[in-house]
Design a binder for this molecule. Structure first.
Ligand SMILES: [Zn+2]
Length: 115
């Protein structure tokens, strides 16, 4: 069954649930959560990503849990991302700026010459 993301924009909390028929409420502020269809369909990683690159030291664990309650840490203190948006947002919040890759535009083909 497909999981859907329900988001609280105020607390930046994401809840995953396959049940889209009930109203989900934010565990922190109690507001109704926004059903994020886009992420559920397009942005979800097939398997959650445990990011080695973004792993933190165990001493930072408490701070992380306070700052990013919706991003779980695994046993090796690697943040777990369920989708692209969450991943991007985390990096942004941590001040990790990813420079977009420059895509070289290939020369336009004006005409095809047939021999
Ligand atoms: Zn909330």
């Amino acid at each position: 069954m497909a999981l859907h993301n329900f988001i609280c924009d105020d607390c930046n909390i994401v809840i995953e649930d396959s049940n889209t028929k009930t109203i989900h409420r934010c565990p922190k502020c109690g507001k109704d959560l926004r059903w994020d269809c886009n992420i559920a369909i397009h942005g979800n990683y097939k398997h959650p990503i445990h990011s080695d690159a973004l792993a933190i030291s165990p001493t930072q664990r408490a701070e992380h849990e306070k700052r990013f309650p919706n991003i779980r840490l695994d046993g090796q203190c690697r943040p777990i991302f369920n989708n692209f948006t969450q991943h991007e947002k985390y990096m942004e919040d941590c001040g990790i700026i990813k420079h977009p890759q420059k895509i070289k535009v290939k020369g336009k083909q004006i005409a095809t010459v047939k021999y």
